[in-house]
Design a protein. Structure first.
Length: 503
């Protein structure tokens, strides 16, 4: 079973060794947004996870022969959890939250990010990292108020004295701790944005000391796919999982989608399009990015997973057209290729990839003629940003071979899938299950059964071929968007020049 803690919902999926989905469930999540702040309550994650898992087990029991239906939940041989990258909170030693969770796109810690970058520059440069306001390390400075002691940022939620000894907790850590019944190790994938060194497999304690974070309890770190423990009696009662079910260390949602996409070989890339856009690929060695907006996770098989998370995405559609029939708007948008305007559809303030611009804001060049034109410009704007992301990884020297795999909730739109393939000018592979929860089911299977679980479990539904005549329509809008991003001072000139010529 895989469990995916998203922005708007928790999703769970029960999958057989050969990729058949026997059960699924979901539960909504809500948060609080105000300006550049975005928080959720960890207790809501646990309630949502319990609801989603129970729904999944109910469907699993229904698919089980009558003679075994009573034992349906015992058939879950392992469960892994993924979450949004950079989402962090502090708990006490027992795992009880001391703070709300600052979400992956919370941007309040801008000053703290700059201070953390300057303080540990030699370490981050060696690792090819650049600390961003959305990263967990910057948020920890804000939460503890440690930055205020050196004149940066706010006072946080009580200062280092109040929170001394508090435990650093990434989003999935909260769920795995509740499942096991005690705080457990975090995985190296989620630990990356708190400054964890994937090369030496250690926390940069000297940097933490200089930042004033040495009073925090940074958890032990294990590789994704490592058993963390088993489901305890209390969690079994809350979720319906059998007591003793193995709990496996997961990965970030972007890495989970990579595992579930079927894009495992070096040179293959996957884009996850949900509320926001995540691009991740496979390389034999880490991909170095002097700007630090692309970072490298480690794959369970020893390869590297370079990628980045943009703040453009489908969330711009629901913001622009709340409650609208998006399928109807898709049909209307098909006659607006290209739209009369070019949009850059940021979901929230600030951009993280393929360039770092904390002050970036969504914009539209011109005035749409009607809702269909506006909707078309948003669909196309996300696709154009995706094209720029791929151009950036080529700019850094990464190979791109074979189809780009599309995963994420936005793949429910058949029209958008084809549009994206056209704009990218590349074939697009669509798995049967476009869900990060599948990636966690794959990882759980890898941990408990061994072997090449992904090749057995991931099924490609179709491959979309790009339509060259359609793709050429967007060459002009792409250059227009690149020019606008460069003129605003967000996109570096050398990247813009490469994108115009090779993008």
């Amino acid at each position: 079973m895989g469990v995916d803690l998203g922005t708007q919902s928790v999703r769970a999926l029960a999958v057989t060794d050969d990729g058949r989905v026997l059960g699924r469930g979901s539960a909504p999540l809500t948060g609080h947004r105000e300006g550049d702040r975005h928080e959720q309550l960890p207790a809501d994650w646990w309630r949502g996870a319990g609801d989603a898992i129970r729904q999944t087990l109910s469907a699993l029991s229904a698919s089980t022969p009558a003679s075994a239906s009573a034992r349906g939940r015992a058939r879950v041989r392992g469960v892994a959890v993924c979450g949004t990258s950079g989402t962090v909170l502090l708990t006490d030693a027992r795992g009880v939250p001391l703070t709300p969770a600052l979400m992956y796109d919370d941007g309040r810690a801008g000053a703290e990010a700059r201070y953390a970058q300057e303080t540990g520059a030699e370490v981050w440069d060696a690792l090819g990292l650049r600390i961003q306001p959305s990263w967990a390390l910057a948020k920890l400075l804000w939460l503890t108020g440690a930055g205020a002691r050196v004149g940066v940022g706010a006072q946080g939620l009580g200062g280092t004295g109040t929170l001394r000894g508090a435990r650093v907790c990434h989003q999935p850590d909260f769920i795995t701790a509740r499942l096991v019944g005690r705080p457990v190790a975090t995985d190296s994938s989620h630990a990356l944005k708190a400054g964890y060194d994937l090369h030496t497999r250690s926390w940069p304690t000297a940097v933490h000391d200089r930042l004033g974070l040495s009073g925090l309890d940074f958890p032990a770190v294990v590789a994704p796919g490592t058993p963390l423990g088993t489901v305890c009696a209390e969690a079994a009662a809350d979720t319906g999982l059998a007591e003793g079910t193995p709990v496996i260390a997961g990965m970030t949602d972007g890495c989970a989608a990579q595992l579930g996409s079927g894009a495992w070989e070096v040179g293959r890339w996957n884009t996850v399009l949900g509320t926001t856009l995540v691009l991740k690929g496979v390389t034999a060695t880490p991909l170095r990015d002097p700007a630090g907006v692309l970072y490298n996770h480690r794959s369970p098989d020893g390869h590297w997973l370079p990628g980045g998370a943009s703040s453009v995405g489908a969330g711009a559609l629901t913001h622009a057209f709340p409650g609208a029939d998006l399928a109807r708007l898709d049909r209307l948008a098909a006659d607006r290729e290209p739209a009369s305007v070019v949009s850059y559809p940021l979901v929230s303030r600030g951009e993280r990839f393929p360039f770092l611009a904390p002050d970036a804001e969504a914009f539209t060049l011109g005035r749409p003629s009607d809702d269909a034109d506006h909707h078309a410009s948003l669909l196309q704007g996300v696709a154009l940003a995706e094209r720029l992301c791929l151009a950036y990884v080529r700019f850094l020297g990464a190979p791109i071979d074979g189809p780009v795999t599309f995963t994420g909730g936005a793949t429910r739109s058949g029209y958008w899938n084809q549009l994206r393939a056209d704009v990218l000018g590349r074939p697009a592979a669509l798995p049967e299950q476009a869900d990060s929860a599948l990636g966690m089911a794959v990882l759980a299977a890898h941990a408990v059964t061994g072997g090449d679980a992904a090749r057995r479990m991931v099924r490609i539904r179709t491959i979309l071929e790009p339509r060259p005549e359609a793709g050429r329509r967007f060459d002009g809008p792409f250059v227009t968007l690149v020019d606008a991003l460069e003129q605003r001072g967000w996109l570096p000139s050398d990247v813009a020049a490469y994108a115009r010529e090779h993008g």
